[in-house]
Design a protein around this ligand. Structure first.
Ligand code: ABN
Length: 173
């Protein structure tokens, strides 16, 4: 008999001898529950994709900075993080508010994702509420006055980062 056949036969025998039906079901259950803990849906993690291509000018800790055209929150650069990274001890929310901002450096428009950093109480520094394109809170789908600390371990809001996701399509005249 082939060694693979022998190996499978021996393993099956050993499994049958050493495992009761109940413990087999228990193991199967553990594997199924474990597998369900692995996130099935891909979540777009914010990373500054267009970073190398985006010319920057100005002070990223100032509310006037071009990326903040639609932001509503405390600037993470004033809270121990940076314009596109959360301060230590906080977690970036995967659910975000999106804006389209004009970059004066190259005259192009970029899609900017405003991710809340979560897990610590409000930072309190550099509040910036420019809110371009924002609608009142009763239009939840189009309002940025919302705590986006959803899908994170903690729902405590700390500050907001502005991550350039990509170039916006040019509008036809
Ligand atoms: N997205 C910033 C924010 C957090 C809490 C409350 C309002 C706005």
């Amino acid at each position: 008999m082939d060694w693979i056949d022998r190996w499978v036969q021996n393993s099956s025998r050993a499994l049958a001898q050493n495992t009761s039906r109940r413990s087999l079901l228990k193991r199967l259950g553990t594997v199924l529950v474990g597998a369900s803990a692995v996130p099935l849906l891909p979540v777009a993690r914010a990373s500054d994709n267009a970073k190398s291509a985006v010319p920057e000018s100005g002070d990223p800790n100032s509310c006037d900075y071009w990326r903040y055209c639609a932001i509503d929150g405390f600037l993470c650069g004033c809270c121990g993080g940076s314009m596109n990274s959360c301060p230590p001890g906080t977690e970036m929310s995967p659910i975000t508010w999106i804006g389209t901002c004009h970059n004066p450096e190259d005259g192009k428009s970029y899609i900017v994702s405003y991710n809340d950093c979560c897990g610590k109480s409000s930072c309190g520094n550099c509040l910036c509420t420019r809110s371009e394109g924002d609608k009142p809170i009763y239009r939840m789908d189009a309002s940025n006055d919302i705590n986006w600390c959803l899908g994170t371990e903690s729902s405590l809001y700390h500050c907001t980062v502005a991550v350039v996701v990509g170039k916006a399509l040019e509008q036809r005249e």
